[in-house]
Design a protein around this ligand. Structure first.
Ligand code: GRF
Length: 211
């Protein structure tokens, strides 16, 4: 029996390179999922164009225009549900989602962050890592919980900090890893291999789906 594709909604605010990585991985068949809706809080986000270029519905909902973040979330949830979204991926979405939003998609919201959490949560993670002087940083895909950059960790990739690194050069190398681990996390989710046990995410062995 052929497995149904997991329906994914992606929330973005900017460039959309992680969105593109997800779109490409789904299109290539390496991830048994389909991005069915992209929502941005910024109407001019380049990510919206990337979605449309891939034939995916792209929606801009500006919090300031709809009466605030609560209304943004109400509209986003309605749109995501109407598309039958089963997994929500935050990909450079520069807002904090509320407990009410998370309740609509329990254990079904992922985020990517450009550091090895719990080090350097919040903004400018690459700059924080450089300024702290760590020799290794990286990126993390995690389930979203009610605290910022805090939920159970699915996958991490380490990236060495090199002599002479700038925020830009370090960010670029971290981004290469982000584009690998986010699709991989979605693949594991879509194939039913992620099991949440408190703070820990167990990665189950490959199943009869040929995984
Ligand atoms: C990435 O570094 C991601 O980890 C962070 O925001 C950035 C988004 O980049 N949350 P892009 O929009 O996916 O290119």
């Amino acid at each position: 029996m052929k497995r149904q594709l997991t329906r994914v909604g992606v929330l973005v605010s900017g460039r959309g390179s992680n969105l593109q990585a997800l779109l490409d991985a789904c299109a290539s068949g390496s991830v048994p999922a389909k991005v069915v809706l992209v929502i941005s809080d910024k109407p001019n986000a380049a990510a919206l164009e990337k979605a449309r270029a891939a034939g995916v519905e792209a929606l801009a909902i500006e919090p300031a225009r709809v009466g605030g973040m609560r209304q943004f979330e109400v509209q986003a949830v309605t749109a995501l549900k109407s598309k039958g979204v089963e997994l929500v991926c935050l990909a450079g979405f520069m807002r904090v989602v509320s407990p009410a939003f998370l309740k609509e998609f329990p254990g079904r919201v992922l985020n990517i962050h450009p550091s090895l959490l719990p080090s350097f949560p919040g903004l400018d993670a690459q700059k924080q890592a450089l300024e702290y002087g760590v020799k290794v940083t990286g990126c993390t895909v995690h389930f979203v919980d009610e605290q910022v950059d805090h939920g159970p960790i699915v996958i991490q990739a380490a990236v060495p900090v090199l002599e002479g690194d700038t925020v830009e050069s370090l960010s670029e190398r971290i981004l290469e890893q982000e584009h690998k681990i986010y699709p991989e996390a979605v693949r594991l989710f879509a194939t039913g291999r992620l099991k949440l046990e408190g703070r820990r995410v167990r990665i189950l062995p490959p199943s009869e789906w040929g995984e």
